[in-house]
Design a protein around this ligand. Structure first.
Ligand SMILES: [Zn+2]
Length: 199
């Protein structure tokens, strides 16, 4: 993609322009932070994706959602993405993300948020339940893919793309084509995912 033109070097006496820019950037990042918190993002995600201070982010979280942000480490294991139901949800998210990315020059967190909203439309959580794939997990997933800790493979039965380990086997069959017996009740979900993954 074409790189954006860079702003000219700051000349003496040009500070007001820079200040306006940084105020606009702060507004943009604050709006992004509000969106991300509302979608369930963890504080660490915000710290990585915005330049807002931790204190600022905590205040913002309390204002938007009430209460304090949850503490604790981010999920940091590829294993979760390889278990049956998470794998299908996460693979669907990747398929949506790739489709969006192919049609835009946008990158990074904005496109992750767009893809995540579409994922929620396709896979709305059961009333009173959290979505299977959280935004923080979706974000972590894109990092795993970027660092080749995970990759995707085409299922030889349905031709859909699914998440596997980079050293995964060549003749790959996905969890939709080889459904574990305990997963039978989610047939509708499976059909939707298969259709999207093939798109
Ligand atoms: Zn398949």
């Amino acid at each position: 993609m074409a790189s954006k033109p860079r702003a000219a070097a700051v000349e003496p006496g040009r500070e007001p322009v820079v200040q306006v820019k940084s105020v606009l950037n702060e507004v943009r990042e604050t709006q992004l932070a509000v969106d991300l918190f509302r979608l369930g993002a963890r504080l660490q995600l915000l710290e990585a994706e915005t330049s807002l201070s931790r204190n600022r982010l905590i205040k913002l979280y309390k204002e938007v959602l009430g209460g304090s942000p949850p503490k604790g480490m981010l999920p940091f294991s590829v294993d979760w993405f390889l278990t049956w139901q998470p794998n299908i949800h996460a693979s669907l998210f990747v398929a949506i993300h790739r489709q969006l990315q192919a049609g835009t020059s946008e990158q990074g967190i904005e496109i992750i948020v767009k893809a995540y909203r579409l994922y929620l439309e396709q896979m709305p959580p059961e009333p009173g339940h959290d979505p299977v794939l959280s935004l923080t997990r979706a974000w972590t997933l894109m990092r795993f893919l970027g660092s080749n800790m995970l990759t995707t493979a085409r299922c030889r039965c349905c031709r859909g793309e699914y998440l596997i380990l980079p050293q995964g086997h060549y003749q790959f069959v996905c969890g939709l084509c080889k459904v574990p017996s305990r997963a039978g009740k989610t047939r509708k979900v499976l059909d939707e995912v298969a259709a999207l993954a093939r798109a």
